[in-house]
Write a protein that binds this ligand. Structure first.
Ligand SMILES: O=C(O)c1cc(=O)[nH]c(=O)n1[C@@H]1O[C@H](COP(=O)(O)O)[C@@H](O)[C@H]1O
Length: 238
């Protein structure tokens, strides 16, 4: 089912709000725990999601020296989550250390290692910001491709990119490389801080493996209605 490709971002301040949302949307099978929720509540939310048989994307976007990243990846992999993020800009050595560390961590608790995916360039960054603020001299699509190819060469399972880059990355990185896309906006939702977005139907059509959607659902007056509208949109995708 196409709705299995939607990961809903649990960007809420505490466990109580998170679980209220999870219970309000029983049809959602894949949830993302990110920096806000994990920083406020720690692994409790992981246990609660697991007890409800949910899949989990632990989005902690590690970005540090290889030794520190490896330690964090070992710890995260012990939880038995499905997806885990690291910034590609942590560099080649940190990415390599992370790929080894998730195997070690998972083996320590006898769980499946998470798919490790590299954030290529945050979807809140525009071409202009890439050039003028970050001083990256490459064109944005080329920069994203370089980040994804480095991650793939090192052995990561996939990349986080905006839906606008999916066609190019799919062509170059092939079908086995996971492409996880935030920055997804139905036509009726506000883009807010997302700079490189497409609609859910366009993102799936482009070839995204997963769509990460937060506020269009979680900040809606009626989250279940928002989910239903997105699910209906996706039924139009062939
Ligand atoms: O790694 C991510 O999930 C991520 C990467 C990125 O480049 N952009 C991005 O928005 N995200 C996450 O995706 C979610 C998007 O949320 P909404 O903008 O509310 O749909 C947030 O939880 C972000 O932390």
């Amino acid at each position: 089912m196409t709705t299995d490709k939607i990961i809903v971002a649990l960007d809420v301040p505490d466990v109580e709000s998170a679980i209220a949302l999870v219970d309000k949307l029983p049809q959602v099978n894949f949830w993302k725990v990110g920096l806000e929720l994990f920083t406020s509540s720690g692994p409790t939310i992981i246990e609660l999601l697991k007890s409800r048989q949910k899949r989990i994307f632990l989005d902690l976007k590690f970005h540090d020296i290889p030794n520190t990243v490896a330690g964090a990846c070992r710890a995260a992999a012990r939880y038995g989550v499905d997806l885990l993020t690291i910034h590609a800009t942590a560099g080649r050595d940190a990415l390599k250390a992370a790929t080894e560390a998730v195997q070690v961590g998972a083996a320590q608790t006898g769980v499946e290692p998470p798919k490790l995916i590299a954030v290529t360039l945050l979807t809140s960054i525009s071409s202009r910001q890439l050039a003028f603020d970050l001083k990256i001299p490459l064109e944005l699509p080329e920069y994203i491709l370089e980040m994804a190819l480095m991650a793939q060469e090192i052995g990561l399972d996939g990349a986080v990119c905006s839906p606008q880059e999916v066609v190019q990355l799919r062509q170059t990185c092939g079908d086995d490389f996971l492409l996880v896309c935030p920055g997804v906006r139905p036509t009726w939702a506000d883009k807010v801080d997302q700079k490189r977005s497409l609609t859910p139907a366009q993102a799936i059509q482009a070839g995204a493996d997963y769509l990460v959607i937060g506020r269009p659902i979680t900040a809606a007056a009626e989250p279940d209605l928002a989910w239903k509208r997105i699910s209906e949109e996706l039924t139009t995708v062939v």
